[in-house]
Design a protein around this ligand. Structure first.
Ligand code: FCB
Length: 461
């Protein structure tokens, strides 16, 4: 079989990603405040296996070993998130020095290991106190976020060169406030819209704050974005495509890139949800300028496309819905999401030609497959390995098309707490034994180590 070698640019950033609630544990240690995910998990019925992130991967206590693991993999960068209630237990006011010290040591440890830290300020664990005061529905939460960005910036800004403000505002807004499968478990679309606006606004306000406290650092945001793919029996009409694209992608991209909220969606929202004519009154003068603040990069989280078969879904003409339907001829992950590597190329090309971000990082990409260690102790996760390889090949094709792609972060460094799925889904390139906290490099991790060392991907044709 001929082997094709896909070389990446010399300065390409190879990384892996995690988030605080999914790995840290120590939910009530070291002065940390309660987060909405603590509350959500401690409320029976919300998590598939009844579990929580109380202990998770115990990274709060094992961060040194975890950095050693990253070093073993040769990672050039590590994307993690800061737990807001660990830094500021109430969300504002008095900072928690012990919590800040944890991230201070983590960043020093990473730099000593030659690994670039990419902290994300918000990966969904809002301080419960702020939720009690209305959460992201309230503009005051965006103001508190700026205070938090300042605290994080003053603590780490002298060493951190890359900041991500928010992880997946779509998920914060829609999973948390429309669908209700994520904390805080609200199910109300108009609320979700206000939340999306306040999250974007908080991003816009936090960027200058981070620039002040961390001069010269790159600042960006990570969005969950989906290419729309016609199903084989597709008769989906153009308006349906536009609606879904608006719901997942344009509602976030357009304001961030200075175009304001898409007019077609504003009209739809007002009509479909019978909002008063001033239904989007949470948008105040000056907000759109704030949201459109120039950033240094766009973070792209890509997992799967959305398959369009809207004719099958009653009511889908008026209400956006998530379609994850099995379709013959495609591979599916354990989470029933479609494996569609070329979607990544399509998405990156589209972002490049339509929104022109100066730089992009793939801030998350991965598949859930629950392969366990065999008797020889190895974890042969061939499907994950092939997923990563094919997606990197797609990213390479985008690079060849001229897309300014600067790096790739595999989700996740290790198996961890997968939100409402609890521990039923394994996304890591490193296997986590939750009883002993032993970590084992899966075959995909060993493969990724070689990719990083050689700065290229081998494809057997
Ligand atoms: C993304 C999240 C991340 C993880 C992966 C599987 O949407 O950002 O925390 O849960 O999905």
């Amino acid at each position: 079989m001929p082997t094709e070698l896909l070389s990446f640019p010399d300065d390409f950033v190879w990384g892996a990603a995690t988030s605080a609630y999914q790995i840290e544990g120590a939910w009530n240690e070291g002065g940390k405040g309660e987060s909405i995910w603590d509350r959500f998990c401690h409320t029976p019925g919300n998590i598939a296996d009844g579990s929580s992130g109380d202990v998770a991967c115990d990274h709060y206590h094992r961060w040194r070993e975890d950095i050693a693991l990253m070093r073993e993999l040769g990672l050039r960068a590590y994307r993690f998130s800061i737990s807001w209630p660990r830094a500021l237990p109430k969300g504002y006011g008095k900072a928690n020095q012990a919590g800040l010290d944890f991230y201070d040591r983590l960043v020093d440890g990473l730099l000593e290991a030659g690994i670039e830290p990419f902290p994300t300020l918000y990966h969904w664990d809002l301080p419960q106190r702020l939720q009690d005061e209305g959460g992201w529905f309230e503009r005051a939460t965006a103001e508190a976020f700026v205070e938090y960005a300042g605290v994080a910036g003053r603590c780490l800004g002298d060493r951190v060169r890359h900041w991500v403000t928010h992880n997946e505002p779509w998920a914060t807004a829609m999973m948390g406030h429309q669908v209700g499968l994520h904390a805080p478990g609200v199910k109300d679309y108009p609320t979700a819209l206000a939340v999306s606006h306040h999250v974007l606004l908080s991003h816009g306000w936090a960027v200058p704050e981070l620039r002040r406290e961390s001069p010269g650092a790159e600042v960006g945001i990570a969005l969950s974005l989906v290419p729309l793919v016609p199903g084989s029996s597709d008769t989906a009409r153009y308006p349906a495509y536009r609606k879904f694209d608006g719901y997942f992608n344009r509602w976030f991209l357009d304001p961030l890139y200075g175009r304001g909220y898409p007019a077609d969606l504003v009209d739809d929202h007002v009509e479909a949800w019978r909002l008063p004519a001033d239904g989007l009154a949470f948008i105040e003068p000056g907000d759109l300028d704030a949201i459109a603040v120039p950033t240094d990069f766009l973070g792209v989280n890509y997992y799967f496309p959305v398959l369009m078969r809207s004719e099958d879904i009653p009511g889908s003409e008026s209400e956006p819905m998530m379609l994850l339907m099995p379709e013959d001829g495609f591979e599916y992950t354990d989470m029933h999401t479609m494996v569609y590597p070329d979607g990544l190329r399509q998405l990156l090309n589209r972002l490049h030609y339509e929104y022109h971000p100066g730089k992009m990082y793939i801030t998350e990409n991965a598949a859930s497959h629950s392969d366990d260690p065999g008797t020889d102790g190895r974890v042969p996760d061939e499907r994950r390995l092939s997923y990563l390889r094919e997606h990197l090949a797609a990213a390479h094709r985008a690079l060849e098309n001229g897309v300014p792609l600067a790096g790739y972060f595999a989700w996740s460094l290790m198996d961890n707490f997968e939100w409402s799925f609890g521990y039923t889904q394994r996304f890591g390139i490193v296997w986590t034994d939750y009883d002993t906290q032993r970590r084992i490099l899966k075959d995909s991790a060993l493969w990724y180590r070689r990719v990083i060392a050689e700065n290229r991907v081998r494809i057997e044709n």
